[in-house]
Design a protein around this ligand. Structure first.
Ligand code: HEM
Length: 434
């Protein structure tokens, strides 16, 4: 497809889509960055071959298998939710500029759909300044969501849960990590590929949005020896709906309850939770295990059994004391019914601290809750069909009795509606914009 042909979604050429956006706001904000990049590096045409999996490593090695992996883009659902978690993630949220309307949102999603179709299949975008970085795709997924304001622009009904979470006593939220109109979660097994994809998306904003926040995370990728550990040292993610299980779809994907434009999509919660590792590290190993209700060695429940077993909240020791303490995180996080469950897909973060261990001097927004030798925590990402029904009751239960709150503090919070997947010839948000 040349730059002058209609996009598969029809209606807009690449140039007219981008040109309009720049005119709208006079190249303000990220639109200006995009304009410069397009004139400087925009000579890259779509002459690239689809991701062939060419990698710099020896063919046939485990490493090349990881880096050559392509995650399908088209389908009923977007990738990046049920996909096995990759090692690196960057999540970005945008603010739509004042005056943006439904057609501007369509332009943005038209351009991004084309970008994502290419990037996730190992091909550069049309205006890619560094096309070599697009291959191999390293399992790249780019998952797009919308916030309440973006939905309002379309005049379509929003699900009741698409709004900021209720305020919780444990929260110390900063706008620098909260809310937003449009979201992209970019995940991959190569941080260079992830960085390139994020930049490709940002320079292609047709001048109607600015970057509100960007958060980066890392984790042990799925397929490695065991469940990931967070920076407190705990095995994290043991009890989690399995995408292969029969109830996964029911828990995660929006169904006939709609709204109709969201069927096949999901609700996403992104919470940035700071860990005070300096104080946490002063606890004994036994105390740390009691706080969660599982061992540090391999995550075995303190009530006994195998590491993958659920905690037994009724188990008591010889003295009649509960084996899972009343203050343990898992005692209050564990599902109490059929509906208060969701998919956790978290990433750790670890930001630079200042020269003398002062977090305030670090480039990331300062948090008085982080320690002095680290600015670390969890990018707590969850997916559920109904945030109010599934996520909120659990967070409410954790508010007071969960002792983990002593060392963890939510400092950012956002809720998005992740759009359904799209098929050949469609754009993300096709039904929303219909
Ligand atoms: C930095 C903050 C947090 C840390 C370090 C943390 C850590 C853990 C650990 C180590 C486990 C046990 C292993 C597992 O089943 O995955 C666990 C379980 C769980 N956590 Fe958290 N968690 C945090 C925040 C939260 C929050 C905010 C929620 C919900 C709003 C939550 C919900 C859950 C659930 C549902 C489970 C599974 C419980 C079960 O069924 O046994 N966690 N968490």
């Amino acid at each position: 497809m040349s730059e002058h042909q209609p996009t598969p979604a029809g209606g807009f050429s690449r140039r007219s889509v981008l040109g309009y956006g720049a005119a709208l706001v006079g190249g303000a904000g990220l639109g200006a960055v995009g304009q410069a990049a397009r004139t400087g590096g925009g000579a890259v045409a779509d002459g690239s071959t689809p991701g062939t999996g060419a990698s710099s490593g020896p063919a046939g090695t485990a490493a090349s298998a990881v880096f050559d992996r392509l995650e399908p883009f088209e389908g009923d659902h977007q990738h990046g939710v049920a996909s096995a978690p990759q090692a690196h993630a960057t999540v970005i949220a945008l603010d739509l500029l004042p005056g943006a309307g439904k057609e501007d949102l369509r332009r943005l999603l038209t351009v991004w759909t084309d970008d994502i179709r290419r990037l996730t299949q190992g091909r550069p975008t049309l205006s890619d300044p560094q096309p070599e970085l697009a291959t191999p795709a390293a399992g790249l997924t780019i998952t797009v969501g919308v916030g309440p304001r973006a939905v309002a622009l379309t005049g379509r009904p929003a699900p009741a849960w698409l709004r900021p979470l209720p305020a919780f006593a444990v929260d110390k939220l900063t706008p620098a990590y909260s809310d937003g109109d449009i979201l992209a979660q970019v995940c991959g097994d190569d941080p260079t590929v992830v960085a390139h994809a994020v930049r490709a998306l940002l320079i292609d904003l047709p001048g109607l949005a600015t970057l509100r926040w960007m958060q980066r995370g890392f984790r042990r990728p799925a397929g490695s020896a065991s469940t990931m550990r967070n920076l407190m040292g705990q095995v994290d993610g043991t009890i989690n709906p399995d995408p292969a299980s029969p109830d996964f779809a029911d828990l995660v994907w929006v169904g006939s309850e709609g709204p109709d434009w969201l069927v096949g999509g999901t609700g996403m919660v992104v919470r940035r939770i700071a860990m005070n590792l300096d104080v946490w590290d002063q606890l004994s190993r036994t105390d740390k295990e009691q706080v969660i209700g599982r061992t540090l060695a391999d995550g075995t429940p303190l009530s006994g059994g195998k590491p993958t077993d659920k905690v037994d909240l009724k188990a008591v020791d010889a003295s009649g004391l509960t084996k899972i303490p009343m203050f343990a995180h898992t005692r209050h996080a564990a599902a109490q019914g059929a509906r208060d469950r969701f998919l956790r897909r978290p990433y750790s973060y670890d930001e630079p601290v200042g020269p003398h261990g002062s977090v305030a001097a670090a480039p990331a927004p300062a948090t008085s809750v982080a320690g002095t030798t680290s600015n670390a925590g969890l990018l707590f990402i969850t997916f559920q069909r109904d945030v109010d029904e599934q996520f909120v009751p659990v967070q409410k239960r954790l508010e007071k009795p969960d002792l983990l709150n002593k060392w963890t503090t939510p400092i950012g919070s956002a809720v998005f509606a992740i759009l359904p997947g799209c098929r050949a010839g469609e754009i993300l948000g096709q039904a929303l914009l219909a």
